[in-house]
Design a protein. Structure first.
Length: 510
């Protein structure tokens, strides 16, 4: 009994010591956490901050509703756009790339590992080379009934053309693919269907659709030097409009060398793309196309409000005291400054405090890493204060669509793999891109992070840009580029051609 009491007392002391030790550890952790509170700059490693080191419980919660499948190590092939589109727009979301950040690479590898282990498959990728066309490659596959690739990812404009020729399955017909799942972009399901069929989509497993979302970037130094109001506040107050943008831009533009020749040597209010009017038009709450009760497209640009928006855009583009059109910059000018194209020159203008605003896609932010400048991100402006929301368009010409080719002999398996890829991407690739890379590394303030939420919460995919019916969406760009509004006459001259193209698409898909 004495021995038992001694042993019992011993173990009670051990348990007490362990409890005290655990309490001390908890106090230290809480103390460190409170000291780091409010610090928006992540100090963890890339792998840790990306959320790619999933815990066992997180992995167990994945794929609960996924159909059972065992591929016995078989290969599952993706065809994606690579060097064909240059460094800015090559696919980095399906396979790891040595020129991509460790953050994104780790997220892609971890996502793929989760899917491969669950389904016992090997994910393989072919990326097109420079000078090689993914669209042409897909056409050849279809014509020769080549089933090498299980999923193909051309840019959405190419995907639209290929869909019309019968190259893809309707994704909503694939029983193993639940398009209502949160990892698919619900906007594509709403806006890119035709006759209630969806032939290409995107979601968490892709990041180029995010990268090619339109926005405005502004230089904080020029804003402060000119005593201008905060664009963040204007956005939050619902007063960020085309009028405010133009007024602020005109205030900043200066002939800095006094030669009366306004060019890239001077300070500008806006570096603006010549194709920006179609994006501003969408941001104004207008649409090129609406769909009827049968989910069929109808031309939507011939309304009183649409004409008013185009009038306003002609005034903006014609204001040479505010706007410098990027694509009109002479080659001698940007090459003389050591740039390979005018887009890098436009980025340099922001980075060296010579431009207040620049129209851009989010992908262009990475170019500012080489500059020591202070910048912010905001959505494109409203038409006027009466507009309900800010709208941000995805440039589908450079955003890949996820498609299942009709040469695939087992589309239901493709549905399973894509479902797994989408679900596994939520806490790997999607988190690494949006929550870490964009919100923590690409922007320097909480206001821009809030702006990103506004931008992504109201994104638009436009059918007419994807299908390019009679050049409908680009008619606005052509009509207002010189400040002279020829939209009405240009539309009238092309209306029959546009309607014929729409009818042809509908008949082909039927």
């Amino acid at each position: 009994m004495l021995v038992y009491n001694c042993i019992n007392k011993y173990f009670k002391r051990v348990v007490l010591v362990k409890k005290l030790y655990l309490l001390l550890v908890i106090i230290i952790i809480l103390s460190l956490a409170s000291c780091n509170g409010g610090n928006n700059n992540s100090t963890t490693s890339e792998s840790e901050s990306s959320g790619i080191n999933s815990t066992a419980s997180e992995e167990e919660s994945l794929f609960v509703n996924l159909p059972e499948y065992n591929g016995n190590g078989e290969e599952f092939w993706f065809l994606v756009g690579g060097k064909e589109y240059g460094e800015r727009y090559k696919s980095i979301e399906i396979a790891a790339d040595e020129n991509t950040t460790e953050l994104i690479n780790d997220a892609v590898l971890n996502r793929n590992n989760l899917v491969e282990e669950k389904l016992d498959i090997k994910i393989c990728t072919y990326a097109t080379a420079s000078g090689e066309s993914i669209a042409a490659k897909i056409r050849n596959l279809i014509q020769s009934n080549d089933d090498t690739y299980d999923v193909v990812m051309p840019m959405m404009t190419d995907a639209a053309t290929l869909a019309v020729s019968g190259s893809f399955y309707a994704l909503n017909d694939i029983e193993t693919l639940d398009l209502t799942a949160k990892w698919w972009d619900e906007k594509t399901v709403e806006e890119l269907t035709l006759a209630n069929n969806l032939y290409f989509t995107t979601g968490y497993m892709s990041i180029l659709d995010n990268d090619n979302t339109q926005c405005l970037i502004f230089n904080k130094t020029l804003l402060q030097e000119n005593g201008l109001e905060s664009p963040y506040q204007l956005v939050n107050d619902g007063e960020w409009t085309i009028d405010r943008l133009q007024e602020m831009a005109a205030t900043v533009t200066k002939d800095t060398n006094g030669d009366s020749l306004y060019n890239s040597d001077d300070i500008w209010g806006i570096y603006i793309n010549t194709f920006a009017p179609q994006f501003f038009y969408i941001a104004s709450g207008e649409r090129f196309i609406i769909k009827d009760l049968n989910d069929l497209p109808q031309i939507a640009v011939n309304t009183t409000r649409a004409y008013s928006v185009v009038d306003r855009l002609a005034e903006l583009m014609g204001d040479t005291t505010a706007c410098y059109q990027i694509e009109n910059i002479p080659a001698a000018e940007y090459q003389g400054k050591g740039f390979s194209d005018y887009y890098y020159l436009a980025t340099d203008a922001i980075g060296t405090n010579r431009c207040l605003f620049r129209t851009m896609c989010l992908v262009d932010i990475r170019e500012l890493a080489d500059y020591n400048c202070s910048y912010g991100i905001i959505p494109l402006p409203k038409f006027d204060k009466n507009q309900d929301e800010y709208y941000s368009i995805v440039d589908v010409t450079l955003a890949p669509g996820i498609c299942i080719p009709t040469t695939n002999q087992n589309p239901e398996l493709a549905g399973i793999v894509l479902s797994a890829m989408g679900e596994a991407s939520e806490k790997t690739l999607n988190y690494a891109y949006y929550d870490v890379m964009l919100k923590q590394r690409k922007v320097e303030d909480t206001e821009s992070r809030d702006m990103l939420d506004i931008i992504f919460n109201n994104r638009v995919y436009d059918l007419s840009i994807a299908f390019n019916w009679g050049g409908l969406s680009s008619i606005i760009d052509v009509s207002v580029k010189d400040g002279q509004n020829t939209f009405q006459s240009t539309l009238d001259a092309n209306l029959d051609k546009i309607q014929t193209a729409i009818d042809s698409t509908i008949n082909s898909l039927k």
